[in-house]
Design a binder for this molecule. Sequence first.
Ligand code: GLN
Length: 484
Amino acid sequence: MTGGGPAVELAAAVRSGERHAVDALEEYLAAIAESDERVHAFNHVMTDQARAAAAAVDEVVAAGRDPGPLAGVPVALKDNLCTRGVPTTCSSRILDGWLPPYDATVVTRLRDAGALIVGKTNLDEFAMGSSTENSAFGPTRNPRNLDRVPGGSSGGSAAAVAAGFAPLALGSDTGGSIRQPAALCGVVGVKPTYGVVSRYGLVAFASSLDQIGPFGATVGDAAALLDVISGHDAMDSTSLPSAPPSAAARLTAGVEGLRVGVVTELTTVEGIAPEVVARVRQAADALAAAGAKVEDVSVPAAVYGLSAYYLIAPAEASSNLARYDGVRYGLRVPGVDITEMYNKTRAAGFGAEVKRRIMLGTYALSAGYYDAYYGQAQRVRTLIIRDFEAAYDTFDVLLSATTPTTAFEIGAKTADPLSMYLSDLCTIPSNLAGHPAMTVPFGTGADGLPIGVQVLAPALGETIMFQVAAAIEVAGRAQEAAVR
Ligand code: GLN
């Protein structure tokens, strides 16, 4: 077992002076120049800034100082993370021309760790979607098959890592937007415990659910990135004050004696393809063979996750997106008076899915309906938390499918929002609970496209979650080698 991956290896080579950050960066920029026209992972490539940052890292090494744990590693950022003076669009027309006056905390931490920000990646507008087709700038394509979606909403970040445009990327996950595209693109994606990573500078979608998290080609790379961005931040009032758990601490510890539960409601329910269920079972068997105690477990309220989410997330979104009114940010379409200006700006600036969410959320919060919809959804949320906590009395971690199927065709679900929403069936419960969860690639489907297995853990259980994910990664590779 190794604890690394391309990012960890590159950082070690740059720190030791064996490789120059500027040279490594040029290889990644060349890959972007060569293929991103077809994939469209990026909204904006920060070539000059990345080159300057790489040269600065090489100077620090030459001066005999430590450039940091991610020295010289290119990182792609979802375009809803604020970068000072660099366009941050959320893939929406409404932010046309807006330049953030500050960096998100995660961006500052990346720079301090010696990482190179290479660009801003495409997403579903304001992170609302599961395919990256709801972007004002056109869809991203899955690098493993250009006719398929990369998943969403962080599809650009997942595609950037899968295509080799950057060894690492950051996304945001409100209902699955890191894990779902990671699974469909065949990379590792992590939603940390709510409060472990600062949300300062993440453009808000649903504030009680949003978390920033890493993408990497391997479990070890994702762990290294999470360890750099996690930790308390006074600028985010929901940031946890305690020291964050280490993601990388036990990657090679194995799973002997650990208790693993396979969640019935998130694995064998209608709609999840048999080939996906089979991969979850194989991963569970591999853990059992490595010494874990594996059993099925029921988390009954998990089945209500999707319904509760589609009240809570739009409700919070309708409130968060009220600020885009043509006065302070980006686009303004003039009108005869201020009401007409608001109306014209919002009509022109937002896409159809964002408008649908704002309307649903406004309705759910309106007087007379508040308790029946929003209040009821919050009570369901409490039930979900309780059921997961009960499962964690008996199990250290849980396993499930990440997505119901492999990547679907571009255009297959755009006309039917409900079928699109079902893509996040297995990922949403962890956001409602605030617990961490991650996806690891484990084999492929009949179409040759990747399948991900989801590892879920209790709040602040990142160390053990990564430990189990690393064991699944090793088993998956051994299986692949045996097939060849
Ligand atoms: N696909 C879900 C939605 O559309 C989740 C999005 C996310 O996690 N940002 O809301």
